[in-house]
Ligand binder design. Structure first.
Ligand code: HEC
Length: 381
């Protein structure tokens, strides 16, 4: 057994020392240090020795008078599946190893880098994973980085503002606000509103695009194999402007499947395929699409620091008309966290028409993403 409990006792604030007293352990001031009174060989033992004083036996937190600090707004309840399962092991490992401030959280959460071995930290994380007792919730580890166009399989709570700027041809700027909200263990709903400025025939126009509502549900997920599969549906209403070219021709129903798979060496692949069925196929042709994103996440600080993820997407669309051909774009991109908590992320991309490219402009694309379950916009910088 590597590090000693006494190390924890030396380093931790009053709350833990009080609890250690309750466990009949010697306070650090009590002269020569004695060997640990309880072993640190299982996750549960480590939890009881180092974490219980603040987080409580079941992970729901000690009452304030026992813990001795006012809990921050983001103070976790590890038994609450809705908030604990969305966190990845990596995120927890980073906070336990380097302390709250390393990820823009409270400094009350101590760093255990010098007190626990990496193996002990993994054991305590495995113990924390037993606190949510429902297996229906897909684990945050399966929440792969969001590609620019490919829909991911993980159901999320977040707000995204995305945009595209024509890099050639007719001038145009488009943006979409997307709001996603988790429902229960496996599902989420989303709403999105596009807004576009376009110059056609020498005149600038600005208009809303077609408003959409969507639902997505995880059908299968497995942390051990790094796999998640979802199905979703969207209904797009013709609220756009036909004059400005932002839609408005027909209500469109869309059904799709999405698949995410973690690969070795922090890489991954995400696939997304669907079909678009307009209510008025005479005005908007029926179509299907296939999208694939492959990428790899890099991180500093021994894998626990800021992450950045280069990805490449291939997106293909084909109208379901006789003689129609598949149009295909290639989209290299880079996603980076903007703050220390990494719940605010940005991504930039270039969309390059590759197959049947005539009539489509090269576009610069971007998004800003805010995972609001992890805190406000001003938190964690
Ligand atoms: C002195 C009190 C204290 C001790 C001891 C303590 N923690 Fe914490 N921990 C906190 C506080 C406070 C937060 C919330 C920080 C915030 O939200 O800003 C926290 C947050 C966390 C988080 C982040 C949770 C999330 O999902 O955002 C993890 C993981 C965690 N603690 C694990 C542990 C483990 C494991 C131990 C024992 C090895 C431990 N903590 C010991 C006070 C403590």
């Amino acid at each position: 057994m590597g590090r000693r409990l006494r190390g924890i006792l030396f380093a931790l604030p009053g709350a833990l020392l009080a609890a250690a007293g309750a466990l009949a352990l010697p306070p650090p001031q009590a002269g020569p240090v004695r060997p640990p009174a309880i072993p640190l060989e299982t996750g549960e033992q480590i939890w009881k020795a180092g974490c219980v004083a603040c987080h409580g036996a079941d992970g729901g937190g000690q009452p304030q008078n026992v813990a001795g600090f006012e809990p921050p707004a983001t103070f976790p309840d590890f038994a609450d599946c809705a908030t604990s399962t969305v966190e990845s092991d990596l995120q927890w490992r980073a906070i336990i190893t380097n302390g709250g401030p390393a990820r823009g959280f409270s400094r009350i959460m101590p760093a255990f880098r010098d007190l626990l071995t990496p193996r002990q930290i993994d054991l305590v994380i495995a113990h924390m994973r037993t606190m949510c007792r429902e297996t229906a919730w897909p684990r945050g580890d399966l929440n792969l980085p969001r590609p620019m166009i490919t829909e991911k399989a993980f159901p999320e709570s977040e707000t995204v503002v995305s945009g595209a700027i024509n890099a050639q041809g007719d001038a145009g700027v488009g943006s979409t606000v997307i709001y996603e909200r988790r429902i229960g263990a496996k599902a989420m709903w989303e709403a999105f509103v596009p807004y576009a400025f376009a110059r056609t025939g020498g005149i600038w126009r600005a208009a809303f695009g077609d408003l959409g509502l969507g639902y997505k549900r995880a059908l299968f997920h497995r942390t051990e194999t790094g796999t998640i599969v979802s199905a979703g549906a969207e209904l797009v209403a013709p609220t756009g402007s036909r004059a400005a070219g932002t839609g408005g021709a027909s209500t469109v129903f869309e059904g799709y499947g999405a698949y995410g798979q973690i690969l070795p060496a922090s890489s991954f692949v995400q696939l997304h395929g669907g079909i678009e069925l307009p209510a008025h196929p005479d005005k908007v042709p029926r179509a299907f699409y296939l999208r694939a994103a492959i990428g790899r996440t890099f991180a500093g600080g021994g894998g626990l620091g800021r992450r950045w993820t280069p990805m490449i997407e291939i997106v293909g669309d084909r109208e379901l008309e006789r003689g129609a051909v598949m149009e295909c774009d290639v989209v290299p991109q880079l996603q980076i966290p903007l703050n220390r908590r990494m719940h605010i992320l940005g991504s930039i991309a270039l969309k390059v028409p590759a197959v049947q490219a005539a009539g489509r402009a090269r576009q610069a694309m971007f998004y800003l993403l805010w995972d609001w379950m992890d805190g406000g916009l001003a938190a964690g910088w």
